[in-house]
Design a protein around this ligand. Sequence first.
Ligand code: PGA
Length: 255
Amino acid sequence: MLYVANWKMNPPSLNDAKRLLKNIRTGINTGVKDKKTQIIICPPAIFLTKLGRPSSLIKFGIQNIGSKERGAFTGEISVLMAADANVEYCLVNHSERKLYFNETTRDANQKIKLCLEKRITPIFCIGESQKQFKKGKTKPALENQLKQGLKDIGIMNIKKVILAYEPLWAISSQKGAKAENPDQILGINILIRKILFGLYDQKIARETKILYGGSVAPKNAALYVKNKSIDGFLIGSASLNSFSFLNIIKNCQKN
Ligand code: PGA
């Protein structure tokens, strides 16, 4: 199981970030070690090179990269810089990037390609809006995002992409967010695998890692893993508290 901590624009200082990571490391060493567990911490980029080296259990991811490799793009961080900072994973197409920074799935396609060229694993976020969900448009919404985001990426590379299904209204930063019903998530996981089968083949449909994200917390995480088709979680607010983050892992390991 993969547990991806998306710290977003938190915590406010390097010291706080170091403390949070230290508490997570200590907790893992004293209880949640397990061969099947992989933790990926995505801190704010400015802290990335200051949080120590990755270990077999804890790797680092970046929350975003620019859609161009280099050049005059004020404020952007390039894939080359991410690779130089020992980053192994990169979040792409997160709904907050789309909502607040007008990023498109076409941008995501560029970023996924850049990541794959530099051997960084893209974690490609997909998800439908509440309106699309209510209108029964989840399948076309997800299918479009997968088609656009993975356009012109050869089948050998598709295997390297991790998907994160995050229904938009379930993300805690969204107004009125609520955790999604685990049974519905199972259904949508199966739906995503069906879409992948239609676009690629059975092997891709079966083997692609699909994470779930959206208000994941110690009290609900184990309910999602019961259905076995979820390969891990993308965790926002609960990952900012080492106790909650570790309890999510512990509760899932019990199942
Ligand atoms: P959340 O965030 O766990 O706070 O809902 C998840 C995400 O935005 O990736």
